[in-house]
Every structure is written in C-alpha cells, then in structure tokens.
Design a protein around this ligand. Structure first.
Ligand code: GLU
Length: 494
C-alpha cells in the first residue's frame, strides 16, 4: 500500500494538532485524499506538532478519528507507517538539524546573534528613515562562518537564518488555482529557520518534509499563500524542485464572512455528534470551491475519489450553508435501504435517546424494519428518528398540551374515539392497512370532518398533532396499547 508507482502524485494533509479538525482543514484533507484517489497517487498524513505549547496527543487522536469517520484513509502516516516516516514532526528533529547544518556548511544559511533589542532598534530606525524594507537588516550575514560557528558552539544565543541569494529577483509561486503569484524578493527577509532554543521553524520543516516525503503537489488553504515564497526559497536552498501548489480558497459562512464559531458548529466532531452522516459532510465540503459538473450535487465518496480534479477547483471563496448540509444529509438517509437505515441510523438514534438498549434490531426484526420503513422518509437527521418514534415507548404517550387541547378538547373527540375503539376492537388482523381500512368510513358515518376525527385519534395514540402514518403506527403500538390509549383519552376528552 505504501509504495507508489513512479510518476504518480504524492500529496499530504498536514494538520497541526492544536485543536479539533475544523471544516476548513477537513475540506483540505478531502481534496488531497480525492486527488490521490482519482490519480492513483498516494495520500500521506503528517502531523505537524512542532509547537509543543499548543499541540497535544489528545488533539492528534481527535483528528485521526475524524479523518477515519470521514472515510479519508491515508496510505502513509501515523498508525499505518510508510517508507518516509516518522510522520510526526516532533520525531524528526534530528533530520531537520542535519539539514540546517548542511545549509550552514554550504553558506546558504548563517548564524545570527542579534538580540531582540537590537532587532527592535533596527526596525524602528528603518521605520524612521522610511525604508520600505523593515525586516532583518542582515547584520550577521557577513560574519566569518568559522567565527560564527565558534560563537554558536560556545553557547552564545543565536538563531539560524536562511540567506536569500543576492539578486534572487522576484519569487514566482506557480499556483494551479491562483495562477502565478509574484512576490518581490526584496521584501523577503533572511528569515529564521532555527530559533534560539534550537527548534526549527514552520516554513523550514514543512519544506524539509515535503521534499523528504517526495510530495508532488501541495494542496492546502490559501491562508498559506503568504508563506509560500519563503518556502520556495527553502526548496531552492535545499536544491530540490518546487512541487505544484494549489491553494484552495477559504470557506465563508452564509453571511459572507470567514467561517467561524459564530456560524455554529465548526469542527467535524460536532457535526458527527449532531447526527450527520459522514458522507453528506464530505459531499457538502467537497462542493465548496469544487464541482463535478455544473449540476450534480449528490456525489458519494467513491465518485469523488474517482472524478475529482484540481482543474475544477475555483479560486472563489465558497459559502458553507448548514441548510444545504441538512438537505444533503436527508438525501443520504433516503438512499439507504430500510435495513441500513434501521441498523445505522434508527437504532443508534434510539439508543442515544435512551429509548432502547443496543441490540434491539436483532431482538424484534420485523418491528424495526416496519419502523424504519415509516420513519426513513421523514428523517433528515438521525436524532429526528428517535423524536418521531418516542410515542411508541411507554404505556401512554407523553401528551403535548397544545395537541391535547386541539385534538381532545372538543365535542367531536369523544364520538370519534368511541367509534374508533369499537371498530378496532373487532379487528382480526392487526396490520397497518387493515387498521386504516377500519377507520376510514368512520368520519362519514359519524358526520364528523376527517380532519377532526383523525386529529382526535392521532393525539390519543401519539400524544401529538403530527406523527408517522396512523395505520402502521398503531400496528407498531400493538392492539392492547392502542386500545388502552383510546380509553385513556376517552377519560379526558371534552
Ligand atoms: N500545519 C499547517 C496547518 O495546519 C499546514 C501546513 C501545510 O499544509 O503546508 O495549517
């Protein structure tokens, strides 16, 4: 699995485990995964945990679980290994150090001993003389390397900076989505690649790893565009060709502002816990800035993994619309067979709502398959199934106050309930169709409007004004309880 045929793309998703997997990160992961699958390439997962104050193992676990739940399997990375590991940056410090030493030896990087005060004073002075370049003034660039190495070895605090080659000219980032993005090399500092505490910086380790792991395409959020020219310089210093960049546009909320907590749940985990189908979430996120054609909206994961192409990623930001996700979720639920719906949606939803113990599907298979059949078309989101099924539990239904007033608080209720009781009592076959057929002639016989009649029966049986169809609902309740409920309502009917 981990080996890749020569010439095939290698891409990676490189989350920093500083929090949960957010929708933006998930979309980046989806694009990388789909691109790898569609091209027969390799999808690598790399954990960028070089910020020890913010990265935690717990977050890493959360991200990996979210990836698995989304169905984004990785070919190389934590838990699966691979030929270019380790795949956690915190386990690669020796490797980064070796590279930095190499750059120092080659004169492509140098030690800088400037104190923070010195740097601040230089910056202020540049500001005062209105110098357009206010970055590092290259004070240490020309210190004799042997002398600098001696000072560093003696423990003098220092950082290592990358030497931007003289006359480098503009740095052009070739981006598949944005086209060529040009950065003026003059504005690019001799930036730090190793800090005073010896740790390498982000722009350095990302490139070091992307080279070592043989990445061919870098697909990531466009918040990284501004880092890219520095990274290009690192590629050049390390003597490696730059990969193809594809910076995907950010995700906006329905109000057109950058997606954030204000817009509701932002992590994959929250959407999962709210009962969404992973495939619906993947589908919805994939359609943010990407399209299969101009019309298809339902794109199952395996189609995405076959048809995805970077050419169809737009550079315009896309809006994440929770309403569309909910609609899509409903579509995925409808696409399930009744058995799948019973097992994957209904049962967990009933268990989560405390209505059933796990294993209920096996215990009463026919009962569950009938329930699944009537609830599936009415469910857009798993927890709704439990809400719709709640009336089936307990001897008497929980009465909704308003429903009770409307359904039972009028003089049509009593005769309706009595007639229904009489008709159902004598019924031999307790099947939905037979129940419906027995009730059907009653409103006319009683001279009561259908609406009033059924409202009374519905409230008596389910405690609410809206419920799944009556016949199958009563079948599921069973004859005894259905009759008991009519009796109970006769006691309170107006
Ligand atoms: N670790 C970076 C992040 O989580 C991603 C770096 C990259 O994709 O190059 O934003």
């Amino acid at each position: 699995m981990s080996q890749n045929e020569a010439g095939k793309p290698r891409v990676r998703f490189a989350p920093s485990p500083t929090g949960k997997l957010h929708l933006g990160g998930a979309r980046t992961a989806i694009f990388n995964w789909a691109f790898a699958r569609a091209t027969g390439g390799t999808f690598v997962l790399r954990i960028e945990d070089t910020d020890p104050t913010r990265s935690t193992e717990e977050n890493e676990g959360i991200i990996l679980r979210a990836m698995r739940w989304l169905g984004l399997d990785w070919d190389e990375g934590p838990e699966v290994g691979g030929p270019y590991g380790p795949y956690r940056q915190s386990e690669r410090y020796d490797f980064y150090d070796e590279l930095i030493e190499r750059l120092l030896a080659e004169g492509k990087a140098y030690y800088c001993f400037c104190s923070p005060e010195q740097l601040e004073a230089d910056r202020k002075a540049a500001q005062e003389r209105k110098d357009p370049f206010q970055g590092y003034q290259r004070r240490c660039r020309n210190i004799d390397p042997a002398e600098a190495a001696r000072r560093a070895a003696s423990g003098e605090p220092c950082v290592v900076r990358l030497k931007v080659p003289d006359g480098r000219g503009d740095v052009v980032v070739r981006d598949l989505i944005h086209g060529d993005v040009v950065f003026n090399a003059k504005e690019l500092d001799d930036f730090v690649i190793r800090r005073t505490d010896g740790t390498p910086t982000y722009n350095f380790v990302v490139v070091a790893d992307d080279i070592a792991m043989k990445m061919t395409h870098i697909i990531r959020g466009d918040d990284h565009v501004s880092n890219t020219p520095r990274q290009v310089l690192v590629y050049e210093a390390l003597g490696a060709p730059t990969p193809i960049f594809a910076h995907v546009p950010m995700i906006l909320g329905p109000d057109g502002k950058k997606l954030s907590k204000r817009h509701g749940a932002t992590s994959v985990e929250e959407w999962r816990d709210d009962g969404y189908e992973s495939e619906a979430l993947v589908n919805c996120l994939a359609l943010l800035s990407w399209s299969l054609d101009d019309k298809t909206t339902i794109i199952p994961r395996e189609v995405l993994g076959r048809e995805f192409s970077l050419e169809r990623v737009s550079k315009n930001p896309a809006v994440f619309d929770p309403k569309k996700l909910l609609w899509m979720n409903g579509e995925y639920l409808q696409a399930k067979s009744d058995e799948e719906f019973a097992r994957e949606v209904l049962e967990p939803s009933l268990v989560a709502a405390g209505l059933e113990e796990r294993g209920c599907v096996d215990a009463r298979p026919e009962w569950f398959s009938l329930l699944a059949q009537i609830l599936k078309p009415r469910t857009k989101l798993a927890p709704e199934a439990a809400g719709l099924a709640r009336f089936l539990y307990g001897e008497l239904p929980e009465m909704d106050g308003k429903a009770e007033r409307k359904g039972l608080g009028n003089e049509r209720a009593r005769p309706s309930l009595k007639a229904a009781k009489a008709a159902l009592l004598g019924l031999e076959s307790w099947e939905g169709d037979a129940i419906d057929a027995a009730l059907e002639p009653l409103p006319d016989e009683l001279g009561i409007k259908k609406r009033d009649f059924y409202q009374a029966i519905r409230v008596a049986e389910t405690g609410s004004l809206a419920s799944p169809p009556l016949g199958p609902s009563l079948q599921l309740l069973g004859k005894d309880r259905a009759l008991k409920r009519l009796d109970a309502s006769l006691e309170i009917a107006g």
